[in-house]
Design a protein around this ligand. Structure first.
Ligand code: MGD
Ligand code: MGD
Ligand code: MO
Length: 695
């Protein structure tokens, strides 16, 4: 039987007995791949979620998590009615209430607080869905109209993002498909088999055609196992490695002098800096051999096209911004940008800037001249515990959380949990599940999933716009985020016409129709942006003068910046807590999403800490033993896995588990701190010293 493809489906979708059809959608999750989906609906129920074979980055394949999407959407644990708290904060005891009762109570509270000082209200959201409508579309309009505190959305990518902006003038990079033609690929601070599996397909195609793959990662990941070479540097030393490579490229004269002269500003100053980093010095800082640096420089200097897949793992340390600035100069030094299969890809979201109707979606003009303060989401632990002061402004009295699980994912979670437990804080959480954060809510509101609502999507790992059509009617009493904010706006008497825009109208209006064809989006589900094949072959960076900036005004030339917590910058601390802990994503979860999907949790097993055999032996820790991992901020219990996936001196706690699934009701963020990166005000999750003991 062939399944007809529904080009347009109006929500809600009525169930026709026996009927089966396919709806075009987009994966909403925080991942570079943003897959195009084909969703099979039978008798009004989604029975299958598959990758679109025609969408080049998706090429018909999905990750395990999203191919299990029906299990998530129809989970018996889904929140399907509004809930009101009846227990203590954090206990997770609620009773169902009607929508009207919940929305009336929330609107009344927000109005009362706004009448005193609207900045005491804080929206807190991140990328549970990356949708332009269910993310910061109607919600942004609502909070702008209130004049609530603004949120600095730094928790993931702003160190690297600001670094790319300083260097290239935006988050711009290669087309992911072109990696298939590269001859040398550096997979740097990235574990694509876990976190960007569609990029990995292109890297494997290149490998089959004879390309060399090098993985630069402190952990021996599955990806490292499948590369030709693995360079296991110490966490937070990537800037030193980049400078050591530049030093060698200068010594070998592998530079593209013409490209440097025509398309780079500040090379003489960067050259001076690099000359201070001979391979011996860099190798000592990175904890690797001199030959590893020399060999990599020889390969990178002699192979074209050479491509770097940089990812966010390496920027979650104090010097993350500087390291990205340095690495982003490497393709300029050797002229790799001349080829479409050469250059670098960290994030490509900047290509969407001229394509998005951001001001229409978010309506910052509704602030009407107000300049509310900005709260950094990465320091929410401290900020929730702060009293009013002239510098800070009013105490935070109300939090509205959507698309995020800060109690599990924000750093230094003891403080975050203490803040969320404040009796004088009014907290509303829009969610699918009773997460650690929802457990602290006064009201939990049931949100629709991607299968039940309209949305429009950009991507940060490819250059296609996507449209998501609802496949089925909302499950239970769920409402879309946008619908919930629309209903609250009505109750608060906001009468601007934009508060009546439907989700569907917002999804269709998200992109400039001249740049992302509405017909293609409606019928095929995706539209390719018009970006040059080799965007910087002849310069043309998005900086004011079109040149890549090695020495930008106000920042100067980047240097290696040691971690806050390292032998180099805090020897006393390193004596007490000698192990560096990193906590990169687990393959079967997406940050803290999917932790509650039983089959995916079963695949991950339980929270573990990888410890190198030498470090384990020195502490009498056996494989599988329960350990206490601790530092001055707190302690966390889990089982040890003794393995050489962790290099000596580094322990790995794959994240991000819900606290309530932890042995002692905590997760790795009990140990991380709230200090920020050198650029971008981002968290430094992987800049964290600990000690481990058998418990
Ligand atoms: N399955 C799955 N996929 C995901 C996610 C998930 O949780 N699960 N999360 C999504 C999100 S939000 C993001 S931002 C991306 C994150 O994905 P990536 O950007 O790839 O970042 P991480 O997975 O944090 O780290 C990647 C690798 O960097 C290594 N690393 C840690 N510290 C350093 C360092 O100092 N230097 C270097 N060179 N390497 C280091 C880690 O060991 C890890 O293997 O993935 C997305 N995709
Ligand atoms: N230790 C450590 N901590 C980390 C990281 C790490 O590597 N190590 N990674 C960091 C990174 S890269 C990131 S991006 C952050 C991620 O932090 P978050 O963006 O908070 O991501 P999630 O933990 O996946 O939580 C998203 C929540 O949104 C909900 N959600 C999904 N879709 C919808 C929707 O349509 N409506 C509503 N209302 N809710 C929805 C999901 O159910 C989920 O509970 O975590 C950071 N924290
Ligand atoms: Mo992220």
């Amino acid at each position: 039987m062939t399944i007809p493809i529904a080009a347009r489906v109006a929500a809600p979708v009525a169930a026709t007995p026996g009927a089966s059809h396919v709806v075009r959608g987009a994966c909403p999750h925080d991942c570079p791949d943003t897959c195009a989906l084909r969703i099979t609906v039978e008798d009004g129920r989604v029975t299958r979620v598959a990758g679109d074979p025609d969408h080049p980055p998706t090429h018909g394949a999905l990750c395990t998590k999203v191919s299990r999407y029906p299990e998530r959407t129809y989970s018996p644990e889904r929140v399907l009615t509004p809930l009101k708290r009846v227990g203590r904060k954090g206990e997770g005891r609620f009773e169902p209430v009607g929508w009207d009762e919940a929305l009336d109570a929330i609107a009344t509270q927000l109005q009362a607080i706004a009448a005193r000082d609207a900045q005491a209200i804080l929206p807190y959201s991140y990328a549970g869905t990356m949708g332009l409508v269910q993310g910061d579309g109607m919600a942004a309009r609502f909070f702008h109209k209130i004049g609530a505190s603004l949120l600095d959305r730094t928790i993931c990518a702003s160190a690297g993002g600001d670094a790319l902006a300083a260097t290239y003038g935006g988050k711009l990079g290669m087309h992911v498909e072109h990696f298939a033609e590269s001859r040398l690929i550096l997979i740097w601070g990235s574990n694509p088999i876990t976190s960007s599996v569609h990029f990995w397909t292109f890297a494997q195609q290149a490998k089959r055609r004879g390309a060399k793959l090098v993985c630069i990662d402190p952990r021996r990941t599955d990806t490292a196992d499948k590369c030709h070479q693995h360079i296991a540097l110490l966490p937070g030393t990537d800037g030193a490695l980049a400078l050591g490579l530049m030093n060698e490229l200068i010594a070998q004269d592998s530079l593209d002098h013409d490209y440097l002269a025509r398309h780079v500003d500040g090379w003489p100053a960067l050259r001076e800096r690099a000359l201070a980093w001979p391979a011996e010095r860099a190798a000592a800082v990175c904890g690797i051999s001199v030959e590893e640096i020399r060999g990599l420089a020889r390969d990178y200097g002699a192979t074209q096209p050479a491509a770097i897949r940089l990812n966010y793992g390496m920027q979650r340390v104090r010097g993350g911004g500087s390291a990205v600035r340095l690495i982003a100069m490497l393709p300029c030094l050797v002229g790799a940008w001349r080829h479409r299969a050469g250059g670098l890809l960290l994030s490509a979201s900047g290509w969407f800037k001229p394509v998005l109707n951001s001001a229409w979606l978010q309506r910052p003009d509704l602030l009407a001249g107000h300049q509310p303060r900005t709260i950094n989401m990465s320091t929410i632990g401290d900020d929730l515990l702060r009293e009013a002061s002239p510098a800070f402004g009013p105490k935070i009295e109300a939090l509205v959380v959507y698309n995020s699980n800060p109690v599990a994912v924000a750093p230094e979670s003891a403080k975050v949990a203490a803040g969320f437990a404040r009796e004088d804080l009014f907290t509303v959480v829009l969610e699918h599940f009773l997460t650690d954060t929802a457990d602290h809510a006064d009201y939990v509101l049931p949100a629709t999933t991607q299968l039940e609502h309209w949305d429009a999507h950009m991507a940060y790992g490819h250059s296609y716009a996507l449209l998501n059509q609802p496949a089925v009617a909302p499950v239970g009493q769920a409402r879309s985020n946008a619908e919930i904010f629309r209903a609250l706006a009505a109750r608060m008497g906001f009468d601007e016409a934009c508060f009546s825009d439907s989700d569907e109208a917002m999804a269709h209006g998200a992109f400039d129709p001249a740049q992302a064809d509405p017909g293609e989006l409606a019928t095929r589900g995706w539209a390719k942006l018009n970006i040059a094949e080799a965007p910087f072959a002849d310069g043309g960076f998005h900086t004011p003068n079109g040149k890549a900036q090695a020495d930008p005004p106000g920042l100067g030339v980047a240097d290696h910046v040691p971690n806050y917590e390292s032998l180099q910058s805090s020897p006393g601390l390193a004596a007490r807590y000698p192990l560096a802990m990193i906590s990169p994503p687990a393959r079967n979860f997406l940050n803290s999403s999917f932790v509650n999907v039983a089959s995916l949790r079963a695949s991950e097993g339980e929270p573990l800490l990888e410890v190198h055999p030498q470090d384990a032996a020195a502490r009498g820790i056996a494989d599988g033993a329960v350990v206490r991992v601790f530092n001055d901020r707190g302690s966390y219990r889990c089982k040890a896995q003794v393995t050489d996936r962790a290099r000596a001196g580094v322990v790995v706690g794959l994240g991000v588990w819900w606290r309530k699934f932890g042995l002692a009701g905590t997760n790795v963020n009990e140990l991380t701190h709230q200090r920020l990166t050198d650029l971008g005000r981002a968290p430094t999750f992987y800049d964290c010293l600990v000690e481990v003991q058998a418990a």
